[in-house]
Structure formats: structure tokens, C-alpha cells
Design a binder for this molecule. Structure first.
Ligand code: G6P
Length: 367
């Protein structure tokens, strides 16, 4: 690749910092900011006519799809089946003839994702591919390519490709909502306006690096970390855990906060910090009760929230990272940054090979 690290220590750090710009490019590709609508797309299927969307992907791309599911179902009332590609390809699921399929892949070469795509094609489904590499096999074999405009991603742990995937999925969910008549023109306009703000908020979050680095120094002393979130912050909790384990080799799990009492609570003590991702949204109070359960067992909490959340949380935290107050639709994009930064700085403290972590590959082209 003709890409260098510029002033950054690692590609991952550079790619984290590129996010405001590449999110902005990606959104501009799909949204008409002047009219407050999605831009026309040459889709092979009609969002108004399909009854399901089947999404399949691996790793971080799978977690972006999981967030996409919340958006397609909430905004467009379109049911989504989402699978890990290696499960989808073998689980012989009955596919509705009125379904469309969506595959998400940074590289466009992941073997399991490609096999899932070919299976859907053999079943007669129309196929869209959200890919970062436009000349890739998955792009070539799909009916429509929906590019992420992240530019080449070198760090093995995906960062900017993830937030660009989210940008595409939010724009597609808006398009589906317009087609299915589940949002008014005024609501669509408001969504476009809110999405357009994501790059500015992402830049603000990058400025929290000193505080996040301090939290990372603390995290680097532990062997296990639990991430909790509800709604779209649940997939984000899994993404935070994935990033941390991939590059720092600290064992981490991401859980739906409501599942805490069904298992992970047994692990809580002062040796396992709990990272709670919780903007002050309509279910914030539910997450506060989960934090109380953690605190009551001596668990140390690192809360990632906004000013309102910080004011309304009644729990003592080890640290509270206060992000700007953001509209709900862009929260997953903005909140992705502090969890990436946290994993990055922790790995730097651990002295691991951040861009080329052991045993991992950027693109997994074998099963
Ligand atoms: C590997 C990478 C991950 C990536 C996953 C899926 O595991 O290390 O960062 O999320 O593959 O790759 P894809 O190219 O299909 O998005």
C-alpha cells in the first residue's frame, strides 16, 4: 500500500483519527444534505416490497450489522435476520422469496462471508454488499455495491471501516424508511441533519485522548474486563470487548446490560472492571440499576456517557468519560471512538504489536 503513518505511532491511531473525515465522505455519498433525503441508489430490490433483510458478516463487520438491525427495524419497520457468516452458511435457514440479502465486509474477501453470499445467490435472493475494497470478490459478485469510503485500512483491528459501515447502514435504514413510508419528510430531514453532525462530534471525542489514555493505563493492570450496554450499545459493548482482546490480549466480554444478572454478575469483584456504555437515552435508568448491581459487589465502573448521564448516574465510578450530547441515531458512531481509543492506548501500555496482533489476519480468506 502507498499509505504511511504520517505523524502517528501506529496505523490504528492514524485510522482512528481519520474518522471525522471518512465518515463525512461516506455520509455525503448516500445523503442529500440540501434536501434532507437519502440520495437515489440503484438498488436491485425495492425496500418497499421486501419483507425481510438477511445480513451476514464476520468480526467487526458483523457487529456493525447488528447495530444496523436495530435501525432497519426501528426506523423502517423492516425485520432483519443477522448472522455470523460462518453460522449462516451452514444453518440451512429458510429464506423468504421476498427477502433481500446484505453482506458487510471491509476487505470484501472474507471466505465465510463470500460463501454466505453465494448461498443466497443460489437461493435466488438479490444481494447488496457493503464493502470498503471496491474491486473485491464480494463487491464483484453482488448485485449492488454499497461502498464505505474509509480508504485503505491497514491496522488489523478495524476502526474507520466500522464507523463507515455504520454510516452506510444508517443511511440505508433511512432509505428503507422513506421507501416504506415509515418516516415523514420532516422526520427524514431531521435524521439527515443529525447524521450530518456525526463527523463534528467524532472530532470532539478525539480530544478526550488524555483522559482515555489515563483510563487505559488503569485497564492495563487487569486480566479481565466486562463491557455492558443496552440497545445499540449492546453490539458496541461487544465491539469494545473485541477490540480490547484483539490488540491488548486482555480477556474481555461484551454483554447486554440486562443479561448481567443471568451470568456475568457471578464474576464481578474488584479485579474485573466494568465498562458501561450508556448515553442518557430512554433506557438509561435501566442501565443505572445494572451499575448499582455492579457497585454493590465491589465492581469498578468506567462509565462512558454524556453530561446528562453523568449528572443522573447515582453510582460511584472509577472514571466517567463524558462525551458530547448527541442525537440517538448517531450515538453508535460517536461512542465507537472512545472504545477504540481505550483499546488502542491499553495495547500501547501492554507493549503489544498494535497493528499486527499475534495470530490475527487483516483478511481471512480461508475457512
Ligand atoms: C478479521 C479482521 C477483523 C474483521 C474481520 C472481518 O478478523 O481482523 O478486523 O472485522 O476479519 O473482515 P472483513 O474484511 O470481512 O470485514
Amino acid at each position: 500500500y502507498m499509505v504511511d503513518k504520517g505523524n502517528h505511532r501506529h496505523f490504528m491511531e492514524k485510522e482512528i483519527h481519520e474518522q471525522p473525515e471518512v465518515i463525512s465522505h461516506t455520509l455525503a455519498h448516500y445523503l442529500d444534505f440540501a434536501n434532507g433525503t437519502s440520495k437515489p441508489l440503484d438498488l436491485p430490490f425495492d425496500f418497499a416490497r421486501i419483507d425481510r433483510l438477511a445480513i451476514s458478516a464476520c468480526g467487526t463487520a458483523y457487529l456493525s450489522g447488528l447495530i444496523g438491525k436495530y435501525w432497519f427495524e426501528r426506523f423502517a419497520r423492516l425485520p432483519v435476520d443477522i448472522d455470523i457468516a460462518s453460522e449462516f452458511r451452514y444453518r440451512e435457514m429458510p429464506l423468504s422469496k421476498n427477502a433481500a440479502a446484505l453482506f458487510i465486509s471491509q476487505s470484501g474477501e472474507t471466505a465465510d462471508t463470500l460463501a454466505s453470499l453465494r448461498y443466497c445467490r443460489s437461493q435466488g435472493l438479490l444481494i447488496g454488499a457493503v464493502v470498503n475494497v471496491r474491486e473485491s470478490t464480494i463487491a464483484r459478485e453482488s448485485d449492488v455495491t454499497l461502498p464505505t469510503l474509509a480508504g485503505p485500512e491497514i491496522g488489523v483491528a478495524s476502526t474507520k471501516a466500522f464507523t463507515c459501515q455504520l454510516s452506510v447502514l444508517a443511511s440505508l435504514a433511512l432509505k428503507a424508511a422513506e421507501a416504506r413510508g415509515t418516516v415523514s419528510a420532516a422526520e427524514a430531514k431531521a435524521m439527515v441533519r443529525q447524521l450530518a453532525e456525526a463527523p463534528r462530534f467524532a472530532s470532539q471525542v478525539l480530544k478526550l485522548d488524555a483522559q482515555i489514555e489515563k483510563v487505559a493505563r488503569e485497564l492495563s493492570h487487569y486480566k479481565h474486563v466486562l463491557y455492558l450496554g443496552r440497545d445499540t450499545n449492546f453490539p458496541l459493548a461487544m465491539e469494545g470487548a473485541l477490540k480490547l482482546k484483539e490488540i491488548s490480549y486482555i480477556h474481555a466480554e461484551g454483554y447486554a446490560a440486562g443479561e448481567l444478572k443471568h451470568g456475568p454478575i457471578a464474576l464481578i469483584d474488584e479485579n474485573m472492571p466494568v465498562i458501561v456504555i450508556a448515553p442518557h437515552d430512554r433506557i438509561f435508568e435501566k442501565t443505572v440499576s445494572n451499575m448499582q448491581e455492579v457497585a454493590a459487589r465491589g465492581g469498578k465502573i468506567i462509565l462512558i456517557t454524556d453530561a446528562k448521564g453523568a449528572a443522573h448516574s447515582t453510582v460511584n465510578t472509577l472514571e466517567t468519560i463524558v462525551l458530547p450530547d448527541v442525537p440517538e441515531i448517531i450515538a453508535p458512531i460517536v461512542y465507537a471512538l472512545p472504545i477504540q481509543m481505550l483499546a488502542y492506548f491499553t495495547a500501547v501500555f501492554m507493549g503489544t504489536d498494535v497493528d499486527q496482533p499475534r495470530n490475527l489476519a487483516k483478511s481471512v480468506t480461508v475457512e
